[in-house]
Write a protein that binds this ligand. Structure first.
Ligand code: UDP
Ligand code: UDP
Length: 443
């Protein structure tokens, strides 16, 4: 005998707490009475209150990285694209999409006869691992916790420790999304990349000339991308004026990107290290993954004595800064970074030597690229995961090395020259992107 199926009810509130609250309450009531309830909400929400209530409404679901969740939602909304793409006037000539949506968008593009390009937001090195992940994941005998390294034919072996550990779990949302999209890469006409030929020459040659991964379309190094100007007249200029009077190359800039939080214990050690080096510093502090959650003032997070002792030579900022502009300031002499790829390219374009302190995702492979290109130093043992911490004395030693290594400084300036050549008229990156655009012009 078939059991009666409970009703499945979709609830679709509009924006604002006054709309959300009654929907959540009704949803809770219906769920309690045995219905299956699906809440349809627009993301992102306008207010913090809305997003807090939506996330705490699902208390039993395992914690999911909010950025992964959003990635998943975007993928589930691709059915909204066809009417949008087909009704545009003038019609579209091409679509450039993120690596993480190519599988879903490729069939749509094909049905509309639109060329599709991927814009990959990482290093060529990491893209090669993502592209090869379907092969790796299908071979658990060689690809497992005990493997020391992975081998992509035609590329140098890569340390397993440089890969995100979740790549071993093919049921993980992020890993399965990468696998699915990697399998669709051949649908793209090319993979546009925020990098330049000189910086990753050997990996590019292995992929483009020697076809190390056969399914890959051409990898097209088109930049470092350059800042665009957003006019603003708020108090952001205040911190910039603090840099004005500093001697050239005397300030260490410290930032771990937009979504990497540092633990309280590690913050304390970084304080100790900075205080001891005596170098001037500009530290962008983050203690929560999502900026909306990051509400505590720097004064409450940092040691009072540290703030007092460093008030003349240090600046700690909580909140968004114009990183590209800061890196371009002559006072900046070094960059302690998590090696997010955008940060790496920004440092390359400005010739600022890096001290790599990668955390997760693509960052360790990116750090390897930075080291190989001679743009920075990387202390492989450094980690600040839940079980480890880097001591202040070690940080001090490395910052001193970063700020005083003349060979590194010279090399970083050479990287800058090469980056500028690439984006200049007739440079390698400039030529590649022009050719792509020209191919899209209908004569
Ligand atoms: N609300 C709350 N705490 C607040 C502000 C609002 O719980 O600090 C709730 C309030 O109880 C109500 C909803 O949010 O359920 C706001 O809806 P209302 O129709 O009163 O105002 P609107 O936001 O639509 O102007
Ligand atoms: N960024 C910025 N101000 C901040 C934090 C980050 O301008 O306060 C910019 C940074 O310049 C870079 C991007 O945000 O362009 C961060 O990307 P990245 O790949 O370096 O790291 P992620 O945030 O993705 O980990």
């Amino acid at each position: 005998m078939n059991m009666p199926q409970p009703p499945h009810i979709a609830l679709f509130p509009s924006a604002g707490m006054g709309h959300l609250m009654p929907f959540l309450r009704l949803a809770a009531m219906l769920a309690k009475q045995g219905s299956i309830v699906t809440l349809i909400t627009g993301q992102p929400t306008v207010s913090i209150a809305e997003s807090d209530h939506i996330s705490s409404f699902l208390p039993d679901s395992p914690p999911v990285d909010p950025f992964f969740q959003q990635m998943h939602l975007i993928n589930q909304s691709i059915n909204l694209l066809p009417p949008l793409l087909s009704s545009s006037s003038p019609p579209f000539s091409a679509i450039f999409v993120d690596f993480l949506v190519v599988a879903k968008v490729a069939p749509v593009a094909k049905s509309l006869d639109l060329p599709i390009y991927v814009l990959a937001t990482s290093s060529v090195s990491f893209v090669s691992v993502m592209a090869y992940l379907p092969v790796l994941a299908s071979n658990p005998v060689e690809f497992n916790k005990t493997s020391a390294e992975i081998k992509i034919p035609g590329l140098p072996p890569m340390a397993m420790s440089s890969l995100p550990p979740i790549f071993l779990d093919s049921s993980h949302l992020f890993t399965s999304t990468i696998i699915t999209n990697s399998q669709a890469l051949s649908e793209a006409k090319g993979i546009l990349m925020n990098t330049f030929e000189w910086f990753e020459a050997s990996t590019l040659a292995a992929l483009n000339k020697d076809r190390a991964i056969k399914s890959l379309p051409p990898i097209l190094p088109i930049r470092p991308l350059q800042p665009y100007h957003v006019p603003h007249d708020d108090d952001r200029d205040q911190y910039k004026s603090r840099l004005e009077n500093q001697p050239a190359e005397s300030v260490v800039y410290i930032s771990f990107g937009s979504r990497t939080a540092m633990s309280r214990d590690q913050i304390q050690e970084l304080e100790k290290g900075l205080e001891k080096t005596g170098w001037r510093f500009f530290w962008v502090l983050k203690t929560s993954k999502v900026d909306k959650d990051d509400q505590e003032d720097a004064e409450h997070l940092l040691n009072e004595a540290f703030l007092e002792k460093t008030k003349n030579n240090g600046l700690v900022i909580k909140g968004w800064v114009e990183q590209q502009e800061i890196l371009g300031h002559p006072a900046i002499g070094g960059f302690l970074s998590h090696c997010g790829w955008n940060s790496v390219m920004e440092a390359a374009l400005q010739g600022v030597p890096m001290l790599a302190w990668p955390q997760h995702g693509d960052q360790r492979l990116n750090a390897q690229v930075v080291e190989d290109a001679g743009l920075g130093l990387w202390e492989r043992n450094w980690d600040w995961g839940p079980n480890s911490i880097v001591k202040g004395e070690e940080i001090e030693k490395k910052i001193v090395e970063l700020m005083t290594d003349e060979k590194l400084k010279g090399r970083a300036k050479m990287v800058r020259e090469e980056a500028r050549k690439a984006v200049g008229r007739g440079g390698s990156s400039d030529t590649v992107i022009r050719e792509v655009i020209e191919s899209l012009i209908i004569p």
